[in-house]
Write a protein that binds this ligand. Structure first.
Ligand code: HAX
Length: 445
């Protein structure tokens, strides 16, 4: 049994009594009162999910297993001569809560290398998509097609003890994660390089092999590692993570759950915002004829967007109330490597002008930039200019947190998710604006 898996088995055995005790002895403890605003308004702030993989503090940002992003980047082992850590090390941290040593990371790099080869039909599924399809739809379908490989589904059919559910989920998770760079880079080749696929190199780590298959020279390996690490998890309530958890709660396997999360990530209010930022900036660049706008011109463009009823992509957040630390990691990287890039100059200008405008407009609860405001610009700088593809990159990273959560969901036997819905009549009765017996709107009387 691999080192990671045996550590994980011990952790699961230690953790299970905690979850059981909370349920059995404290199941009736009231944690929070839910308001009608929360019920109708997308369940904002309702504490009804549990995960130990990451936690999002509104004023501090994300921590993975208690570590801030700067700590994660500092502590995880790095490949020789690399600026960014191994992605494989992050999986170890997310699964066990422990920073892996170099030998544990090397074991995982080997594991991924053995599991990375794609079945031929996955290429055929991608090839079968009609032209002008969005890469996220192709990505989701390629993952979905591999559900036939699921160990969990086979074991479940054959009859497996509940306590062992997590084990085949672990196997499926590693198999799927190892293949995602191959799938992503093949979609890129298919759409933007006349289908000319670059064969993977089994001697490279996750980030470096992805860069190699994308045909991008150094430092794109570091860009890929940074991108995958910062996008890996954002606690469990965001659309992609929650979708995976919800679908997985019916004991759907890792492939079905991850394909579903990709579909949620593909929405413009979530992961697609990174391509929207570039599309929006490109419009302005066209208007400017390539010149850098003045602060006043940029302010005008932002107000014009707001007045036309659109949101400013890359700004705001449902939970965060300060600048996203994932934005800051990328900003620091950009200040080091991209200072002369014209699009970075645009993004830098947005960083100055958008928050005061959103504050003045007074609608957005968080006027600060989120992760998506910066990520596309870095991709563009290193030659990935096809911005429809950006959310696929987000999806590869997000899958790391998704599978860590799915494995622990099964380990702790979290049940089928099934919240309760009410009718509008019932809410009006609770609000005291409808008489239950008369069923007449009291405000109309
Ligand atoms: N530009 C303009 N208006 C904005 C805004 C923005 N960037 N962010 C929020 N608002 C508006 C909302 O549309 C809402 O308006 P209405 O009352 O007219 O509906 C109002 O401010 C209150 O919204 P909120 O409570 O602050 O924010 P929500 O929790 O409802 O939504 C969103 C959070 C991220 C969806 C929102 O900030 C937004 O649309 N941002 C732009 C898109 C974006 O960058 N999405 C990526 C977010 C990060 C992420 O998930 N990445 O994957």
């Amino acid at each position: 049994m691999s080192n990671l898996k045996s550590i994980l088995r011990e952790k699961i055995e230690d953790w299970r009594p905690r979850t059981k005790r909370l349920l059995e002895e404290y199941g009736n403890t009231v944690v929070d009162k839910v308001t009608i605003g929360q019920i109708i308004g997308g369940m904002r702030g309702i504490k009804c999910l549990v995960t130990d993989i990451s936690y999002l503090d509104p004023n501090e940002g994300i921590r993975y297993r208690g570590y801030t992003l700067p700590e994660v980047f500092e502590l995880l082992p790095k490949p020789k001569n690399a600026e960014m850590p191994y992605v494989e090390g992050l999986l170890h941290l997310m699964l066990t809560g422990e920073i892996p040593n170099a030998s544990q990371v090397n074991d995982l790099v080997d594991e991924f290398s053995k599991r990375r080869i794609l079945p031929r039909y996955v290429y055929e599924v991608i090839d079968a998509w009609p032209c002008c399809s969005h890469p996220m739809a192709m990505f989701s379908s390629a993952i979905l097609a591999m559900a036939r490989e699921s160990f969990f589904a086979k074991k479940y059919k054959a009859g497996i003890s509940k306590n062992e559910y997590w084990d085949p989920m672990y196997e499926d998770s590693l198999n799927l994660l190892a293949k995602l760079p191959e799938i992503g880079s093949y979609i890129y080749a298919k759409l933007y390089r006349d289908g000319k696929r670059i064969v993977g190199n089994p001697d490279l780590d996750f980030g470096a092999n992805f860069a190699h298959m994308m045909g991008k020279p150094k430092p794109y390996d570091d860009v890929a590692r940074m991108h995958f690490i910062i996008h890996a998890d954002h606690e469990s309530g965001n659309v992609s993570a929650h979708t995976a958890h919800l679908v997985g709660s019916s004991l759907s396997d890792v492939y079905l759950s991850t394909s579903a999360m990709i579909n949620g990530l593909a929405g413009p209010l979530h992961g697609l915002a990174n391509q929207e930022v570039l599309r929006w900036l490109q419009d302005l660049m066209d208007k400017m004829g390539g010149d850098i706008p003045t602060e006043d011109e940029m302010r005008q463009y932002v107000w014009d967007t707001l007045h036309s009823g659109q949101v400013i992509p890359g700004f705001g957040h449902a939970v965060l109330r300060k600048t996203d630390p994932r934005y800051m990691v990328q900003r620091e990287f950009s200040l080091k490597h991209l200072t002369d890039d014209p699009i970075f100059k645009y993004v830098d200008l947005l960083y100055k002008v958008v928050p005061p405008i959103l504050k003045e407009q007074g609608k957005a609860k968080n006027p600060w930039p989120n992760v998506d405001a910066q990520s596309g610009v870095i991709q563009w700088h290193y030659g990935v200019t096809e911005y429809d593809f950006y959310t696929v990159l987000f999806g590869i990273g997000r899958a790391i947190g998704i599978v860590a959560n799915l494995i622990w969901d099964r380990a702790l036997l979290y049940p089928l998710e099934r919240p309760k819905s009410l009718t509008t009549d019932m809410l009006e009765e609770m609000a005291g604006i409808r008489d239950k017996n008369l069923t007449v709107d009291m405000q109309d009387e």
